[in-house]
Design a protein around this ligand. Structure first.
Ligand code: SF4
Length: 281
C-alpha cells in the first residue's frame, strides 16, 4: 500500500540532542491518583470478551491472511479484521498519534484501545489519551501493572529504568499487555517498516507467537509523513512532542529527541542497545 503523499515530517521535526526531562513529571502522585486500587486494573470486565477460536484456528487464519492481504490496502486489511474478529479485536496505541485507533474505528466502531499506562509517560501523551477518549469513537482502556510506581520502584535500589530496563518494561508493559490481550483474538498495532531497521520486514498480518493470537500491522507500509497527512485530513490527534523532535514516543525517562537521518525509534533507550520494550518480540 502506498499513499504517495509528499513528506511533511522533515521540515516539521526540530532537532536537538537534549533529553526529555522526567523531573518535570510527578510519576508517583499521578500513579496513585489514577490507580488507587491497582489490583483491579485492568478489570477483566473492562476488556474484550475472550477467545472462542482455538490457537490452531487463529494461527491458520493469520497465516492465510498474511498471504492474501500482503498487498492489500489499509481499508481492506482493517475491514477484514473487523469482519473476522468483531469485538475480539483490539488496537494498541502509544498515543504518539491516534491514527491507528481512529482508522480502525471506521470499521469497528467503539473498538477497544489498549494504552500501556506505565506511570512514566509524558504529560502530553496522557493528554492525547484523554482527548481520544473524549471523542467517544473508541473505548480507551488503561492497561496498568498491578504495582503502583511507588511499589515498583521499591523493588529496585534506584530508578528502575536506570537499573534494568528489561525488568522495568517487563513489569510495566509486557506483563500487563499479556494479561489484557487474553481478552481478544487479534490486535492492531502501529508498527511501521520505516520505524527502524529491525522493523523493516514487518508483515501486514502475522501469527503472534508470543500472545497466541493474530497480529494486524495494518500500517506497516505507512511512513511518518503519511501518518501526519492522514491525521490532518481526518482530524486525528498527533502528540505535540512529535513536532518537537520525538517521532517515536515512549516513557519519558527512556525517550530522547532524534537527530536528522536517525531512525524514528533511535531516541528510544538511546545508547543502551535496547530497541524494543518486548511487547513485539
Ligand atoms: S520504557 Fe523505560 S520507564 Fe517505560 S517501562 Fe520501559 S524501562 Fe520502564
Amino acid at each position: 500500500m502506498s499513499l504517495n503523499i509528499p513528506g511533511l515530517a522533515g521540515s516539521l521535526i526540530s532537532v536537538s540532542e537534549e533529553k526529555a526531562d522526567p523531573a518535570d513529571i510527578d510519576y508517583v502522585a499521578r500513579d496513585e491518583r489514577l490507580n488507587p486500587d491497582p489490583s483491579l486494573i485492568p478489570d477483566p470486565a473492562d476488556l474484550g470478551p475472550g477467545r472462542v477460536r482455538s490457537e490452531a484456528e487463529l494461527k491458520e487464519i493469520a497465516e492465510a491472511a498474511a498471504e492474501e492481504l500482503a498487498d492489500a490496502s489499509t481499508d481492506e486489511i482493517l475491514a477484514w479484521a473487523a469482519e473476522t474478529f468483531g469485538n475480539r479485536l483490539a488496537v494498541a496505541c502509544s498515543m504518539a498519534n491516534t491514527v491507528g485507533p481512529e482508522y480502525t474505528a471506521r470499521f469497528q466502531p467503539g473498538v477497544d484501545v489498549l494504552f500501556l499506562e506505565t506511570g512514566y509517560h509524558f504529560a502530553e501523551t496522557l493528554e492525547v489519551r484523554d482527548q481520544l477518549a473524549a471523542k467517544g469513537t473508541v473505548n480507551v482502556i488503561d492497561v496498568r501493572a498491578k504495582e503502583t510506581v511507588a511499589q515498583h520502584e521499591a523493588n529496585f535500589t534506584g530508578k528502575p529504568y536506570e537499573i534494568d530496563t528489561t525488568a522495568c518494561c517487563g513489569a510495566r508493559k509486557v506483563a500487563p499487555l499479556n494479561a489484557a490481550l487474553d481478552g481478544y483474538e487479534a490486535w492492531v498495532t502501529g508498527m511501521r517498516r520505516s520505524d527502524s531497521v529491525g522493523r523493516a520486514d514487518t508483515p501486514v498480518v502475522q501469527w503472534d507467537r508470543s500472545h497466541k493470537m493474530v497480529k494486524v500491522n495494518a500500517f506497516a507500509n505507512w511512513t511518518l509523513p503519511e501518518i501526519e497527512r492522514w491525521a490532518a485530513l481526518n482530524e486525528a490527534l498527533i502528540n505535540p512532542l512529535h513536532y518537537d523532535g520525538f517521532p517515536s514516543i515512549g516513557c519519558g525517562p527512556c525517550t530522547r529527541r532524534v537527530a536528522p537521518g536517525e531512525d524514528a525509534r533511535a531516541g528510544r533507550w538511546a545508547g543502551s542497545g535496547k530497541t524494543e520494550c518486548g511487547i513485539h518480540l
